[in-house]
Design a protein around this ligand. Structure first.
Ligand code: 5GW
Ligand code: MN
Length: 303
């Protein structure tokens, strides 16, 4: 039962050879240095916790299509080149991928040479004056486009910040009905330290004694229907707060955390999937798969 023998798995027309490891107690499917499953039994994806050959075969069998949404408004168009070029190397390689780039400056979007089965759509949107509105309105635009086109074009959506670069494998192991990523700054933090919105009047409110994890607003996703629910909730929560002249502490991220408190994600991505070098190199992060790009705040955030 503990052999390293190769086994053949047959998925329809696809046959793959895998090393059979799941019965081997030495296989690091069980890491003891990090939590690998949430208290509601959602997996937390860490390096060493999955066999990508098996997962790829399953997703290829279903012919899964994956949409990646990204917003490049105003000067943030400069981030797009590295984002897309590194995504071509690491994001869902071998699967059908549709990039959706939302921008107010379509003429500034360079053309990219994309791998087979990959397409890029540029969608023009209007910008907002306040940066808080630029980041928060992403939820409205995502929810509208779920109904308008995503539902017809892809099975899963991944929604990302643009000031990022892929630096390691991001594959189908991430995908689930609805997934969120643990914010790299709060993996080891206690609940008390989570920077949730704490004013009960806000739609982003999370009581002091609640909150499971602190999720990042940079990266989340799931099936189109589920992403629609997430984005639609966040947008309406924001609008309700706006009507009261309020805004949650960390904008869209706060509303996202509120949603995930009561509608729990079915899978969590470890901070490997949204690392920021600001947090150094802790031993539990074996691979930094996605990195924040350093921003020149003065330059990039001025109109
Ligand atoms: C501009 C000034 C301040 C904050 C955000 C912006 C901004 C954000 C913008 O001018 N254009 C734009 O497209 N964004 C989108 O919102 C980008 O997709 C960006 O990745 C996302 C979140 O804003 P970030 O990345 O500046 O936020 P942090 O929390 O990652 O620093
Ligand atoms: Mn960002």
């Amino acid at each position: 039962a503990y052999s390293k023998k190769k086994w053949t798995l047959q998925y329809g027309a696809i046959s793959i050879r895998v090393t059979f490891m799941s019965l081997n107690p030495k296989f690091p499917c069980l890491r003891t240095d990090v939590m690998m499953v949430t208290p509601w039994l959602a997996p937390i994806v860490w390096d060493g916790s999955f066999n990508i050959d098996i997962l790829n075969a399953q997703f290829h069998q279903r012919g899964v299509r994956i949409g990646l949404t990204v917003f490049a408004i105003k000067k943030y168009t400069v981030f797009l080149k590295i984002f897309i070029e590194t995504a071509e190397k690491y994001f869902m390689v071998g699967h059908k991928v549709c990039y959706y780039v939302f921008t107010d400056r379509p003429q500034d979007i360079p053309s990219f040479s994309l791998g087979e089965g990959r397409t890029l759509n540029v969608i023009e949107v209007t910008s907002y004056k306040r940066w808080q509105d630029v980041t928060m309105r992403r939820m409205q635009i995502i929810s509208e486009n779920c109904l308008k086109r995503f539902i017809y074009e892809v099975d899963y959506l991944v929604c990302s910040d643009v000031d990022m670069m892929f630096a390691g494998h991001h594959g189908v192991e991430m995908l689930s009905d609805v997934f969120a990523a643990i914010h790299p700054g709060f993996f080891q933090a206690s609940r008390k330290q989570f920077t949730h919105e704490r004013r009960p009047e806000s739609q982003g409110y999370i009581p002091e004694d609640e909150g499971d994890y602190y999720y990042t607003g940079c990266y989340f996703g799931g099936k189109v229907e589920e992403v629609y629910k997430v984005a639609n909730f966040c947008h309406h929560a924001m609008m309700a707060d706006k009507a009261k002249n309020m805004e949650a502490l960390w904008h869209d991220e706060s509303y996202l955390n509120r949603y995930f408190l009561y509608y729990k994600p079915t899978k969590l991505l470890s901070p490997e999937y949204v690392w920021n070098n600001y947090y150094g190199s802790p031993v539990y992060v074996k691979i930094k798969r996605f990195l924040h790009v350093d921003k020149d705040f003065e330059k990039i955030r001025s109109n």
